[in-house]
Write a protein that binds this ligand. Structure first.
Ligand code: HEC
Length: 134
């Protein structure tokens, strides 16, 4: 008698476990994406004038010169031009910056004009470091 009761209890117990485990793992919302890691203290500091502007001067100003296609990327005007265009530079989420996305291989629109992964990496770091006019 006692053991039959126990058996029944076990059956119910397992039924509950199975039932609850079936219902437990549906609709688990994805956890929010982790925020991008802050720059490591050892990350090389990117200088706008030394590393970013020369990319523009070499590969971009023939089209993005003063009075040509926006954004103006000519030396002396580029920083102001980039900063005053909404969405162009996003220091909160650097990967959303239009400038970065346009330069990032393989799909960036400006890759066909010679923007490389190294170029877009420099731009990414520069933005992540606060997009300073340094
Ligand atoms: C042969 C001409 C040409 C060259 C070279 C060129 N671009 Fe462009 N760029 C354009 C044109 C035209 C547009 C606008 C249409 C488009 O998005 O394709 C544009 C658009 C852009 C945009 C997007 C603007 C917006 O508001 O969405 C960015 C950013 C950009 N270029 C950056 C660059 C960078 C950085 C380089 C150099 C690595 C570069 N471009 C080289 C012609 C050029």
């Amino acid at each position: 008698m006692q053991s039959k009761k126990l058996k029944n209890l076990f059956t119910i117990f397992f039924a509950l476990i199975i039932f609850s485990s079936c219902t437990r793992d549906y609709i688990v919302p994805d956890p929010p994406a982790a925020p991008p890691a802050p720059p490591s203290p050892t990350e090389n500091k990117i200088s706008y004038s030394v590393e970013i502007q020369p990319i523009f001067t070499a590969k971009c100003v023939r089209c993005h010169g003063v009075g040509q296609v926006a954004p103006v990327l000519a030396s002396g005007s580029s920083y102001q031009s980039l900063m005053s265009t909404s969405g162009m530079i996003d220091t909160v989420t650097p990967a959303n910056s239009i400038l970065y996305k346009e330069m990032l291989p393989p799909d960036g629109g400006m890759v066909q004009y010679g923007s490389t992964k190294a170029n877009s990496d420099s731009v990414y770091k520069w933005i992540r470091q606060g997009a300073k006019n340094n």
